[in-house]
Design a protein around this ligand. Structure first.
Ligand code: PMP
Length: 405
């Protein structure tokens, strides 16, 4: 089935609000919110607002029910997992910090954490901190020349010293998708835990985390057509169970005396204080929207656009694409450099033509080091993009070249 982008865009209010030309190619930073998610957010804040988990009046009970329904929707998006395994956080960053904190008791001198060169800083810095705290050793898994995870190198590094492997499912720079199922089998064979940063992968379709075989999976609502402010850490129940508390406060306890506290079961143990209720409800609605889409068609649409973009860039003089050129191994996140022009200059000139792209290190400085550059331009696709968006970028780059020389 061909994707009718004009119909799909009706689900995204931004396209009515922004004046033309508007070519949004920064969905990897934040995707546009879908209408059901925006409506859920507005309905809650404007018409049904009350705190969750505590009130006994009907409005508060309804808010709590809606909150738990959002948890069920996210559980469906992740392959029909147990909703009790879904922890709401403020986003991927907090989810990965929670993972690193929760797994710290498994770390110590002589133990290793493997992270790849592809990681976003939010799946690197928390592990650096955890290793510094515990005396464990952080070991880097190399990337290939075209910016994919080096699966063979990872397998060579796996031995009984490895306690945790933390990897991105899809790179926010090269778009490369790692073979998580293959990694999971190898990680399980040495008795280690596999943490997956799904921030970039989830927006491209539902994921069955159990089938993938990973242990923890993190993502952000705002990249998956929800609101900013809410995200998820999914974890196998038996793994989350012994996690020590992370943030202390209300709602994560069973009993508090002045001297001691006892803690609730997951997921509530990790949801201290008032959660981002509106954004969580939006995330639930976005998950439901995602589950209603034909991802086979959307995937084919994205592949066709990615192919068009890669071919257009490859045909341009002095453009360097940072990532695999085979569309089967990647999502539509395409980073590149153009001669030695600074990415910020390029992005600003593109913006004058209504083309929204991102320039910088993309919070992946070790990967920039791997490529021997400081920064790059990144264009990232979502289902609501079309050929006109890709062509506007490519034409814009020709203009940029004329202006910058
Ligand atoms: N991981 C990856 C791969 C990302 O692309 C991002 C966002 N750019 C993050 C983690 C962090 O997500 P957030 O800022 O929503 O916490």
């Amino acid at each position: 089935m061909r994707v009718d982008v004009a119909v799909l865009r009706r689900d995204f209010p931004i396209f009515e609000a922004q004046p033309a030309p508007f070519h949004y190619l920064d969905s990897a930073a934040t995707a546009q919110i879908c209408r059901p998610a925006l409506e859920a957010l507005c309905r809650f804040e404007g018409k049904a607002r009350a705190n969750v988990k505590r009130g006994v009046y009907r409005l508060a009970e309804a808010a709590t029910r809606a909150f738990e329904e959002a948890r069920r929707q996210v559980a469906r998006l992740l392959g029909g997992v147990d909703p009790a395994e879904v922890v709401f956080t403020a986003g991927t960053t907090l989810a990965l910090n929670l993972a690193a904190h929760g797994l710290s008791p498994r770390l110590g001198p002589g133990r290793r954490v493997l992270v790849s060169v592809l990681e976003h800083h939010s799946n690197l810095v928390p592990w650096q901190l955890a290793c510094a705290r515990t005396g464990a050793e952080l070991v880097a898994v190399p990337a290939t020349a075209d910016g994919r995870l080096d699966h063979e190198a990872l397998e060579r590094l796996l031995d009984s010293r490895v306690a945790v492997v933390a990897l991105t499912h899809a790179s926010n720079v090269t778009g490369a998708v790692s073979d998580v199922a293959r990694v999971a089998r190898a990680v399980r064979a040495v008795g280690a835990v596999l943490v997956v940063d799904g921030a970039q992968r989830i927006p491209h379709g539902p994921v069955d985390v159990r089938r993938l075989g990973c242990d923890l999976y993190a993502f952000s609502g705002h990249k998956a057509y929800g609101a900013t402010g809410a995200g998820v850490l999914w974890g196998r129940r038996e793994l989350l169970e012994p996690f020590p508390p992370f943030l202390g406060g209300g709602e994560m306890i069973t009993r508090v005396t002045l001297a001691h506290s006892s803690y609730r079961e997951p997921p509530h143990r990790f949801e201290a204080g008032t959660p981002p209720i509106g954004p969580v409800l939006a995330l639930g609605a976005a998950a439901r929207w995602m589950m209603a889409q034909d991802w086979q068609a959307l995937r084919a649409h994205e592949e066709a656009l990615t192919r068009r973009l890669l071919a257009g860039l490859a045909a341009m003089r002095d453009v360097r694409i940072l990532g695999p050129t085979d569309v089967g191994e990647r999502i539509g996140v395409v980073a590149f450099t153009l001669e030695s022009h600074h990415p910020h200059d390029i992005c600003q000139l593109l913006d004058e033509r209504g083309v929204c792209t991102r320039g910088g290190h993309h919070c992946a400085q070790p990967l920039m080091d791997h490529f021997g550059i400081e920064a790059s331009v990144r264009a990232s696709l979502a289902p609501y993009n079309d050929e006109a968006d890709v062509d506007a970028l490519l034409e814009g780059l020709e203009t940029v070249r004329r202006i910058l020389g």
